[in-house]
Design a protein around this ligand. Structure first.
Ligand SMILES: N[C@@H](CCC(=O)N[C@@H](CS)C(=O)NCC(=O)O)C(=O)O
Length: 216
């Protein structure tokens, strides 16, 4: 499989974690988002939406949208399961995942930040404040749900890693890239740190990818 990826891409980070957890090898193809390579014709031919990740299977089938890719990988490679066995558990894990995938991350991607700057005239400081606001709002939602819910364990849902953890880790990593604090989010911090003890997650981190700055 070929994964179109970039060190800082949080959506691609989610897919890298999933591939690692499933023990699936992939060949990375780098798309420099800072240089706008996602808009070049050769990548547009792969994913007309001009966003990463895109995962290309050996027969040429193209998968896109991180949540769909993660669910697909979980179906074709069931072990270890990244969704609970019960319907309520699956609904909870998907709901936690969507706090970042649907309600936070889409607000901070490059094309949104570019639009805020180029079309609406927001300066660099304003754009950073915007990003921090939406990351913090997502973290508040995670913390409130995880802290009050008995289903929360060492991980977001019980004692095994699920899609919710993958999504939470990507959210916290993004928050940190933009220098956000975690002081008010003890449950999120505990789960994030626990997840990073797993090398399959740790090795997929943005700052461990080729092209990443030594520190950010
Ligand atoms: N909802 C999509 C988000 C895809 C997305 O926006 N990816 C970002 C990188 S994390 C991207 O390629 N952005 C390019 C741009 O905004 O121009 C997913 O989860 O896969």
């Amino acid at each position: 499989m070929k994964l179109y990826t970039y060190w800082r891409s949080l959506a691609t980070f989610r897919v890298r974690m999933t591939l690692n957890l499933k023990g699936l090898a992939f060949e990375p193809i780098y798309v420099d988002l800072d240089a706008g390579q996602q808009r070049l014709p050769h990548f547009k031919a792969v994913n007309p939406q001009m966003v990463i990740p895109a995962l290309v299977e050996d027969d040429g089938n193209v998968l896109y949208q991180s949540m769909a890719i993660m669910e697909y990988l979980n179906e074709i490679r069931p072990e270890p399961p990244l969704l609970p066995a019960d319907a309520r558990g699956r609904a909870r894990v998907r709901a936690l995942s969507l706090i970042t995938v649907a309600d936070s991350h889409p607000l901070i991607v490059p094309r949104v930040r570019n639009h805020l700057g180029n079309v609406l005239g927001l300066g660099e400081e304003g754009k950073i404040a915007w990003v921090r606001h939406w990351f913090s709002a997502g973290l508040d939602a995670y913390e409130a749900h995880l802290a009050r819910d008995k289903a929360t364990g060492s991980y977001c849902h019980g004692e095994t890693i699920s899609l919710a953890d993958i999504c939470l880790v990507s959210h916290v990593a993004g928050h940190r890239i933009f220098k956000g604090a975690l002081d008010d989010h003890p449950t999120v911090t505990r789960i994030f740190e626990r997840c990073l003890k797993d090398e399959r997650i740790a090795s997929a981190q943005p700052l461990r990818q080729p092209g990443a700055p030594a520190r950010h």
